[in-house]
Design a protein around this ligand. Structure first.
Ligand SMILES: Cc1cc2nc3c(=O)[nH]c(=O)nc-3n(C[C@H](O)[C@H](O)[C@H](O)COP(=O)(O)OP(=O)(O)OC[C@H]3O[C@@H](n4cnc5c(N)ncnc54)[C@H](O)[C@@H]3O)c2cc1C
Length: 610
């Protein structure tokens, strides 16, 4: 053994059994085995029970593989093209409960990635790999930001604004967008901002006149149910004095300002009426009605960001045509002001139903909620503390968990086992608010905690419905101030709602808080039923729970990733998902624009039409 004269200080600080040393050894072994294309060795470095979630870096897809067979399959199909290298930690790993957690970075043949590795003594238990930029196509930021000013003398120079205006005027006339995003809510806006930074010629169209109108049009009492730390848009965070739960008009104004400041090419008053894919030309032909004019765009890619809470489910109940009062879906509810002293029946018992019932009660309406099936309720303060507090809160920020880090931590928990992390949290919530739940049950309200007790977030991912984040209206039901009726609606008469047990509820107004349909319904409207069926159901994991039929899919169906219809994409979700997943969707589009090969690993098969 050779004696070193100069002690290796770094090595001395990294005892061989330290978390850092363990992770370093794993990363270098992994990298070497990948470089040598030694799949047996690479696969053997994973624990027998393991999950590797990849966001675009290896798979050009959003996918999770399970266990050593899955890891082998992913590598066998992707390793050659990905050619990964440079695996290293970006901060000291931490260890708790026999699991070493490490933030990692790496490079691929075409880009740079980051991820999160969890090691146990059996090997890698979970691995998240994500692509965050394409080499040679980095966003112009930081040291690479645009100059703005053009120093020197130049005749006929155009100002920044003039260039923007010329660009906008040419779009659709002499130039074509590479990507057309239909739907300019928070989803379309966030994606539009990313595409612009990446230099992908795009247009975001929306039938509303102004960005944020989606929120402006909703009932007055609405505030975001999610807290500010969870809601940031890409690039531009809410200021420190932003309310925890933003009122809807404030969010609307923010979206409008953001669209302007980020120079999102956003066309208001523009409705996409038809789209068809021309396979030979490899482009879409999309017909738009823009401010009274019909025009055609020919983008290479079409993104539907038309909203998962945008296609109202209006039930078809006998007697709706004879009911003489007012009736509307919750999405059309104008707010409570006009209904003081009126008898209102709200059909449904989830978020919108509670929000609407609470506001109506505050305005002296006589309100009855009709509960048709059980609802999961969790108190907002409890959810913020126990459910989100470690990741998205002032407490998390103080502990160094930025929104970006929180997004990756969240993304690193494989959906297959996510419920096992959630169940104990919801057990705690149930315990903390036991009195409240007892009072709700005593009032006859049917509660649930998700089929496996995993609570709100899993319900959101699986079916996007079936819950209420209680901001106060539940007490009105518990106290009998908002009356509760249970059962299916049998029919309406001229002046009442009649339930299947014969209960008759007199009504001047009926609100159908009956939720929203699958987003591939938008594809049917805009493209064709055939294409809607080809791509199948959008959203859900295949958990084989209510409204999320199996088989297990492992990722959210059709969201932010290639679909069975070439060049058709879906984007949306809550503000967190819009922020985080718009990056991966934008990178997939950018790669295609600049001709980087994007072989898709395991394009998801279709099991359900809607
Ligand atoms: C009552 C209520 C409360 C909510 N609270 C929260 C919350 O607290 N936090 C949260 O993150 N989410 C919340 N949501 C969910 C919220 O709807 C979504 O997060 C958000 O609106 C989705 O944004 P989006 O951009 O995907 O879709 P939307 O905001 O629905 O935008 C889609 C846009 O597409 C347009 N469009 C559709 N078809 C066409 C067409 N053919 N041509 C042109 N334009 C078209 C629509 O007009 C619409 O403007 C709530 C939803 C409701 C209903």
């Amino acid at each position: 053994m050779t004696q070193t004269v100069e002690p290796d200080v770094e090595a001395a600080e990294r005892p061989t059994d330290s978390p850092q040393a363990r992770v370093d050894a794993w990363l270098s072994g992994f990298e070497e085995s990948l470089r040598q294309r030694d799949l047996d060795r690479a696969v053997g470095m994973f624990a027998p029970t393991c999950f590797w979630r990849d966001l675009v870096a290896f798979s050009w897809n959003i996918t999770t593989v399970e266990h050593r067979d899955g890891v082998r399959d992913l590598l066998a199909h992707t390793l050659e093209g990905t050619d990964p290298s440079g695996f290293t930690t970006s901060e000291p790993p931490e260890e708790a409960g026999g699991v070493t957690t490490a933030w990692i970075t790496f490079e691929t043949a075409v880009g740079r990635g980051r991820g999160l590795l969890r090691l146990t003594e059996e090997g890698a238990w979970t691995l998240l790999t994500t692509l965050y930029e394409l080499t040679g196509h980095e966003e112009p930021a930081g040291a690479g930001r645009p100059m703005g000013a053009e120093h020197g003398a130049q005749r006929g120079r155009l100002s920044w604004r003039q260039r923007r205006e010329a660009e906008d005027a040419a779009m659709g006339e002499t130039t074509q967008p590479y990507v057309l995003v239909v739907g300019g809510g928070q989803g379309g806006i966030a994606l539009g901002a990313r595409l612009r930074q990446l230099g992908v010629p795009s247009v975001v169209v929306d039938d509303h006149p102004r960005p944020g109108d989606q929120w402006r049009g909703r009932y007055n009492s609405l505030c975001l149910h999610d807290p500010v730390w969870y809601d940031h848009l890409p690039y531009l965070k809410f200021p420190d004095n932003w309310p925890v739960f933003a009122p809807k008009d404030k969010i609307a104004d923010w979206l409008e300002s953001y669209t302007k400041v980020m120079e999102v090419p956003w066309w208001g008053g523009t409705r996409a009426t038809h789209a068809a894919y021309d396979e030979d030309a490899g482009e879409w032909e999309v017909t738009l009605e823009r401010e009274g004019r019909t025009l055609t765009l020919r983008p290479k890619h079409l993104v539907l960001a038309t909203g998962m809470s945008g296609k109202p489910n209006l039930p078809n109940i006998p007697g709706m045509d004879v009911f003489a009062g007012e009736q509307h879906h919750s999405s059309r509810h104008p707010g409570p002001e006009a209904y003081a002293g009126k008898r209102v029946v709200v059909i449904g018992s989830n978020n919108s139903a509670f929000d609407i019932c609470g506001a109506l009660w505050e305005h002296d309406a006589d309100v009855t909620m009709v509960q048709r099936s059980s609802t999961h309720i969790v108190k907002s303060a409890t959810l913020m503390d126990i459910g989100l507090g470690d990741l998205y809160s002032e407490r998390a920020v103080a502990a160094g968990v930025t929104t970006e880090k929180a997004d990756l931590i969240f993304a690193s928990l494989p959906y297959r086992i996510m419920h096992t992390f959630q169940i104990p949290l919801y057990d705690q919530m149930r315990e903390r608010d036991r009195d409240f739940y007892d009072r709700m049950a005593a009032a006859g309200f049917e509660l649930d905690w998700g089929e496996d007790g995993s609570g709100l977030f899993m319900k959101y991912l699986r079916r996007g419905s079936g819950y209420y984040i209680d901001v106060g209206a539940a007490d009105l039901v518990a106290d009998g101030k908002v009356k509760l009726a249970r059962g299916e609606v049998d029919h309406l008469t001229e002046s009442s709602v009649v339930l299947d047990d014969g209960t008759e509820l007199p009504a001047d107004l009926v609100v159908y808080a009956t939720g929203y349909g699958s987003m591939n319904g938008w594809a049917a409207d805009l493209i064709s039923q055939e294409v809607a069926d080809k791509v199948g159901k959008v959203w859900g994991l295949g958990s084989d729970t209510a409204k999320d039929p199996g088989p297990w899919e492992g990722e959210q169906r059709n969201m932010w990733k290639p679909t069975q219809q070439e060049a058709l994409w879906f984007h949306g979700g809550n503000l967190h998902q819009s922020r985080h997943y718009s990056l991966y969707l934008a990178l997939q589009l950018k790669a295609r624009q600049v001709g980087i090969p994007t072989p898709v690993y395991r394009l998801a098969p279709v099991h359900h039409l809607s």
